[in-house]
Design a protein around this ligand. Sequence first.
Ligand code: C5P
Length: 235
Amino acid sequence: VRTAAVIPAAGRGVRLGPGAPKALRALGGTPMLVHAVRAMADSRAVSLVVVVAPPDGAAEVTSLLDAHALPERTDVLVVPGGESRQESVKLGLDALPEGYDIVLVHDAARPLVPVDTVDAVVEAVRDGAPAVVPALPLADTVKQVEPAAAPGDPEPVVATPDRSLLRAVQTPQGFDRATLVRAHETVKHDVTDDAGMVEQLGLTVVAVPGHEEAFKVTRPLDLVLAEAVLARRRL
Ligand code: C5P
């Protein structure tokens, strides 16, 4: 069974501060997106990577990827993305050739996911799960609040879910292709991850152990952490 990875990389990354689209920012001198593509290509299971570029940035992303070495056994396709992450993933799926029956969806914003995590997700899909997420227990207690009327105002706490039952979910998320395509055709309201759409079809999503280094580069502090992880790997 052949596996493809779709990498949505069309976000502007405003929370990271001003500058280039997030996926094109450098980590250890190499664009975050290149790290993410290599992280997928490092898995022997993955033979195609579909990169979903900013809508007006497909040419730039193509030349950027051409300028960096990738394993020869991996094909790369670049397609323009959309307004939302969900739309970008859908456009990536639409571009998938026949013959790839397992699809990974991986955020460009998680450039440092280890290959063992990628392989564990693929393995669980091969074993029959329609959707698989890498997940970690939470360090923080989580509160549900009544959102404040104005930013910065105190927010009443309405509930404290049992932390031991909660997981923070990462990517790559892995799918049986037909299931993911059906989820994208059926669920039209906003979701924050692809597995959530599969849950809404009434199917069971399973979680496998994630990895600390698969964290999402969202805020400026995450860039500091990512640089430190890379520096440690180079020792
Ligand atoms: O904004 P967030 O960090 O949740 O974005 C997760 C991933 O989705 C990023 O890799 C980002 O580039 C991608 N994205 C996209 N198209 C959008 C918005 C986000 O491909 N319109």
